[in-house]
Ligand binder design. Structure first.
Ligand SMILES: Nc1ncnc2c1ncn2[C@@H]1O[C@H](COP(=O)(O)OP(=O)(O)OP(=O)(O)O)[C@@H](O)[C@H]1O
Ligand SMILES: [Mg+2]
Length: 321
């Protein structure tokens, strides 16, 4: 398995922790200069895969290469070729933000001035300039997260692993982060990013791999995944919440599968083959039974719908394991 086009290649990778099978035979390829979004709920195996690819953990079986280097056999050489921003932030709170960055620069053998310049450049990029001389322990959660991401970029590595990079960032912070990632990729960096946010994977990733219980359950471009669901999605908000079940039954004949009811929010959701014409019929049908609509949406499937179709379970990003 050596294809020079691929920055990351994974074959039949397995890892268990006692009884828990974290990775149950994973195959992956990531082309150079692209973003792979590794998507999955809590406990899916995302961090385990990232830890193996970044040489922090040994697999039980299978093989993984980053830039053609084996993650077990060539771990020492490989370490200077990637950046990692892990799921838990590794900032040293007793150093200032700039000192944290300079320290990493020195570890990567940048000269003192070069390390300083790079630190300032990254601070500006992550909008941290004003906080540069404050101790990192005084930073907010979002600021620490941004500092941690900046640390992973000090050495301008050709491959970057980001494990849930946007957790803890506010909406503006997330958008800024996406911009930084896109700029890096435009310059040739390869990124593997894990996320629980479907919209993030949708916006950023060239390819998405969805994992659940340590197995790949789908992969493709965001559009390819949505096409797998087939058709459009119609969502109806019913005014009288006690009639949700009745509404679902009335419209079920128009769907390609059974309607799903969201009792908490008062919505019925249906996948349909031909959204435009069916919507009018659905509205007429409900109207004939005096079921009033508060709102309705008609859209292409989201990745949430993809997950639902694949697992028959709604995507629950906050599910605890
Ligand atoms: N060091 C460990 N010891 C025991 N079990 C572990 C260990 N690391 C991970 N696991 C288990 O392996 C499975 C996969 O965990 P992993 O951290 O890879 O999931 P994840 O997809 O990153 O989840 P999250 O979205 O919560 O970060 C889980 O069941 C987890 O409890
Ligand atoms: Mg994780």
């Amino acid at each position: 398995m050596s294809n020079n086009e691929n920055a990351i290649e994974v074959r039949e990778l397995r890892k268990s922790f006692g009884e828990v099978v974290a990775l149950d035979g994973i195959d992956l390829e990531v082309s150079r200069g692209t973003i792979l979004g590794l998507l999955g709920p809590n406990g899916a195996g995302k961090t385990t895969l990232v830890r193996i690819l970044t040489t922090l953990l040994k697999p039980d079986a299978g093989q993984a290469k980053v830039l053609g280097m084996d993650v077990v056999g060539q771990a020492d050489t490989l370490r200077s070729f990637f950046g990692l921003a892990g799921q838990s932030v590794t900032v040293d709170g007793n150093l200032t933000g700039l000192e944290n960055l300079e320290l990493i620069g020195k570890l990567y053998h940048l000269g003192t001035q070069q390390a300083k310049d790079r630190a300032r450049e990254l601070f500006a990029q992550f909008d941290l300039t004003e906080a540069g001389n404050r101790l990192a322990k005084t930073y907010s959660g979002g600021m620490r997260r941004r500092l941690d991401l900046a640390l992973s970029l000090v050495a301008s590595p050709p491959v970057l692993f980001l494990d849930e990079p946007s957790s803890g960032l506010d909406p503006t912070g997330r958008i800024e982060l996406w911009d930084v990632i896109k700029r890096l990729v435009a310059l040739g960096t390869t990124v593997l990013l894990t996320t629980q946010y479907l919209d993030e994977a949708d916006r950023l990733a060239d390819q998405i791999t969805v994992i659940n219980h340590g197995r790949i359950i789908a992969s493709g471009t965001p559009d390819e995944l949505k096409d797998q669901v087939g058709g459009d999605v119609i969502e109806l908000s019913i005014k009288d919440k006690s009639r949700l079940g009745e509404a679902a039954e009335l419209i079920s004949q128009f769907g390609v599968d059974q309607p799903k009811i969201d009792f908490d929010n008062g919505w019925v959701k249906l996948s349909v083959a031909n959204g435009g014409s069916v919507l009018a019929e659905i509205v007429r049908r409900l109207d004939a039974h005096q079921i009033e609509l508060e709102d309705f949406l008609h859209h292409r499937p989201t990745l949430d719908d993809v997950f639902l179709a694949l697992t028959k379970q709604p995507y629950e990003s906050n599910k605890q394991v």
